[in-house]
Design a protein around this ligand. Sequence first.
Ligand code: F6P
Ligand code: MN
Length: 452
Amino acid sequence: FSFPPSFLSSFQMDLIYDACYWTLFPRSFAYLTIKDRTPQILTKVIDTLHRHKSEFFEKHGEEGVEAEKKAISLLSKLRNELQTDKPIIPLVDKCVDTDIWNQYLEYQRSLLNEGDGEPRWFFSPWLFVECYMYRRIHEAIMQSPPIHDFDVFKESKDENFFESQDSINALCTHLLQLKPITDLGEKQIQDEFFKLLQISLWGNKCDLSLSGGESSSQKADIINSLKDLKPFILVNETESLWALLSKLKKTAEPPAVRVDIVLDNSGFELVTDLVFADFLLSSELATEIHFHGKIIPWFVSDVTVRDFEWIVEHMKGSHLESMSACGAAWEAYVGMKKWVYHDHAFWTLPHPFCAMPQVAPDLYAELQKAGVVLFKGDLNYRKLMGDRKWKFTVPFHQALSGFHPAPLCSIRTLKCELQVGLQPGQAEHLTASDPHWLTTGKYGIFQFDGPL
Ligand SMILES: O=P(O)(O)OC[C@H]1O[C@](O)(CO)[C@@H](O)[C@@H]1O
Ligand SMILES: [Mn+2]
């Protein structure tokens, strides 16, 4: 395709360029994601369906095999649309979010109307097309009953959990050794709080979409690596979270503190989040934890309710003692409603979070009940920041563009070119020493926004 597209005036080009990350600039991370990573993920999905053919036959007979063929042909069509830069077409399924998606596509169209352009795979905001790709995978499966509830990423998510067993068990052993946590001194509780938060941060390295769906599990001893990893935390505002939670513990009236965690990836990362959530309860820094997950399979490794339940169950059933003890405790928290799992269609829409009050007022109202909301991962960061090309030194609060349901934190490793809240010169310094610092997941941030 021609670059830059001839129907755009230079004024429109400037507008687009400034607004957010687009897929049209060759060599940008956005462009490479769509060009290389997503077709690879689609090919893997097709292969997964192939490999489950006999399972579909056993379960549903000939109908199952026909469904597998249909899903594969829809997915091959999708891959072809992407690779030949076709226009983005409306969704045809009838799900709760279908209309919202199609309205959003209309809105994207309206932005380009003047130059009679149309959103295409390599001519759209990156966040929009990348989310759309996962939504289309879901559509292909939905349209292929009786295999319509098959999770094409389940296998990789479960594999990540099994491959990380040793690290998970070590982490659980560490947590159990701290209990009863209320017997520890304030200083030790604070140290462990920072430790477990950092573990949850580095857990975000293990997503399966950056690796194109290839295995990305945790094998190293994470607890003993924290010291070496510390220099890679570019912004560390964990003290503010600690200050807020300690204050709430003393002053909350009635004495209840709710912490919400907007989850990212299943497997090792989810376990690190659950360990931290357990610590918050056991140390009485929080009295209830609310988790938020996705309603459909998303960005390969993101948590759905099935993954959440599967992990708790497999922890409990593990032959490794520490894991099973934690699993049993976690099942009990769920039973006592000290842990509550939520999902909402908004998390799998392409909208930035500043649109939440309009698009999903019920979810916004839910988050407002929290003492603090923790957002895990890179995609949540992009949505918090509207995927806009902010300057590296813009304050985190400003880039949230008014999104403030409650005090909040972002805990993410860097996997896209977007980063705010850095010191003047920090980005330039990083670029000089490590040109790929933004996209490899090697660096992390812990950013906090909210009055104490
Ligand atoms: O699981 P996370 O941390 O949201 O990362 C998801 C991946 O998706 C992206 O947001 C886009 O591919 C990347 O920036 C990142 O590799
Ligand atoms: Mn993810």
